[in-house]
Design a protein around this ligand. Structure first.
Ligand SMILES: Cc1ncc(COP(=O)(O)O)c(C=O)c1O
Length: 377
C-alpha cells in the first residue's frame, strides 16, 4: 500500500488554488492611499494612543509574559476591562489576545454536545471555527431573513426541547457591510429562550452613541447576552473582548480555553486600546465619527452603493475578476483588496473597501473615479 505523502497533497492543493485563482500571497506593495485597513477612525496612528503604548512598554516590557491567571495582576488589563464594560453597558468584560481567539474560547464554554448553535450563513471564520470547536449541532440561517431564523428556532426547540440554543451574529457584516435586523433577532431569541452572542467587530467605535455599537444604538444592551468586539479595528490596537454580566464573565474566566491557555494581551496593546477608547467616547471621537460618516456619504454619492457603513463592496463575480480589479486600482495608486473564495462564496468575489475618518475628500474622489473606470471584461 502506498503511504500518503504530505508533499504530494500539498502540491495538489497548491495546484487547485492556482487553477481557481485563489492562491494567496503576502502583499509586496501598498500604495499610500489604502482602503485595506479597518482602523476606521485612524486611532492606531493617533499620537496619544502611540504614547500610551510607549508608556506601557517602558513600564511593563514587551509582553504579558504568561497567561492572565498566572501572570499576576496587570492594572492595564483591569482598567481596560472596566472601561469596556461601562462602554457596552454590561457588568464586566474579559480580554482575549485577539478578536479571532475570542469566540474560539467563548462559544465552546457556553454550548456543547446536546446543544445547538444557530449561525448566520456568511459569518466570519472565527465564529464558524468557535462553533466547530464546541461540538454542538450547527445550523445556519440568513441574517436578513428573521422568518428563516424563526423556522429554525421552532424546529430546533421541537427536535431538542432540553438543549440550549446559542445564536451567533455579526451586527455590521464584515464582508457584505450590511446591518443585521437586531431588534427582530433579539425578539426571536427571547421568545425561544435562546442566547445571543453579538459580534460587533466592525460596528464598535463606529456606530451608536460614543461608538458603542448597534446593541447600544437600539437600546438592546441588556437583552444581548454577550457582546463581542475586537481592539484591532476602530480601537486601533490588537486584542479581543467579550462583555456580559458578571456571572458569565466568571464562567468564561474559568472555562474559555483561549483565555486560560494563552499568553495575555500585551500590556502596551491594552494601554493603547484604553487610550483609544477614551478618545472614542469623547467629543473628539464624535468628530472623528462625523468625518467618517461624511466620507461614507461622499463615497456613496460618487459611487452609489447599498451599504450604509464604512465597509463598501464592489462585486466582481469570479476570483480572477476581483484580482484584476484590485491590480488595476493598485496601478492607479490605490490599495483595495480583492476578497475571494473561500472568504466569500464562490462567484461572489469582490473588492472590499474600508473607509476611514483619515481619508481625505481627494482620496475618496480618486478611488470612486477609479472604480467608475474599472474595465469591464
Ligand atoms: C466579524 C469579525 N469578527 C472577528 C474578527 C477577528 O478580529 P481580529 O482581527 O481583531 O482578530 C474579525 C476580523 O476581521 C471580524 O471581521
Amino acid at each position: 500500500m502506498k503511504t500518503a505523502s504530505f508533499l504530494a497533497e500539498i502540491e495538489t492543493r497548491h495546484a487547485a488554488r492556482h487553477q481557481e485563482d485563489r492562491q494567496r500571497l503576502l502583499p509586496t506593495e501598498i500604495s499610500p492611499i489604502s482602503f485595506s485597513h479597518n482602523d476606521y477612525l485612524g486611532l492606531s496612528q493617533h499620537p496619544v494612543v502611540i504614547q500610551a503604548a510607549q508608556q506601557a512598554l517602558q513600564k511593563y516590557g514587551a509582553s504579558a509574559r504568561a497567561a492572565r491567571l498566572l501572570a499576576g495582576p496587570c492594572p492595564e488589563h483591569e482598567k481596560l476591562e472596566t472601561a469596556l464594560a461601562s462602554w457596552k453597558e454590561t457588568e464586566r468584560a474579559l480580554l482575549f489576545s485577539s478578536g479571532y481567539l475570542t469566540p474560539l474560547g467563548v462559544i465552546p464554554a457556553l454550548v456543547g454536545s446536546g446543544d445547538t448553535i444557530l449561525l448566520e450563513r456568511q459569518a466570519h471564520a472565527c465564529l464558524f471555527d468557535g462553533a466547530k470547536l464546541a461540538n454542538a449541532r450547527l445550523r445556519v440561517f440568513s441574517r436578513q431573513d428573521p422568518t428563516s431564523l424563526k423556522t429554525i428556532l421552532d424546529s430546533t426547540r421541537s427536535l431538542n426541547p432540553k438543549g440550549k440554543i446559542l445564536i451567533v451574529v455579526e451586527s455590521l457584516h464584515s464582508m457584505d457591510g450590511d446591518i443585521a435586523p437586531l431588534r427582530e433577532i433579539v425578539r426571536l431569541k427571547s421568545e425561544a429562550g435562546a442566547w445571543l452572542l453579538l459580534d460587533e467587530a466592525h460596528a464598535s467605535g463606529v456606530c451608536g452613541p460614543q461608538g458603542a455599537g448597534y446593541a447600544k444604538e437600539y437600546g438592546l444592551t441588556s437583552s444581548v447576552d454577550l457582546q463581542m468586539g475586537t481592539l484591532g479595528k476602530a480601537l486601533g490596537s490588537s486584542g479581543g473582548f467579550v462583555a456580559a454580566q458578571s456571572q458569565i464573565i466568571d464562567h468564561l474566566l474559568n472555562e474559555a480555553r483561549t483565555f486560560l491557555f494563552d499568553t495575555a494581551l500585551a500590556p502596551a496593546a491594552a494601554h493603547a486600546a484604553l487610550s483609544a477608547l477614551s478618545i472614542l467616547r469623547s467629543k473628539e471621537g464624535d468628530q472623528l465619527r462625523q468625518t467618517l460618516h461624511k466620507n461614507i456619504s461622499h463615497f456613496r454619492t460618487a459611487y452609489p452603493s447599498p451599504q450604509e457603513g464604512a465597509i463598501q463592496t464592489v462585486f466582481c463575480g469570479s476570483n480572477s475578476a476581483a484580482t484584476s480589479a484590485s491590480q488595476y486600482l493598485l496601478q492607479h495608486g490605490l490599495t483595495v483588496p480583492a476578497i475571494r473564495t473561500p472568504t466569500v462564496p464562490s462567484g461572489a468575489a469582490r473588492l472590499r473597501l474600508s473607509l476611514s475618518a483619515c481619508h481625505t475628500p481627494q482620496e475618496i474622489e480618486k478611488v470612486t473615479a477609479a472604480l467608475r473606470s474599472l474595465p469591464t471584461s
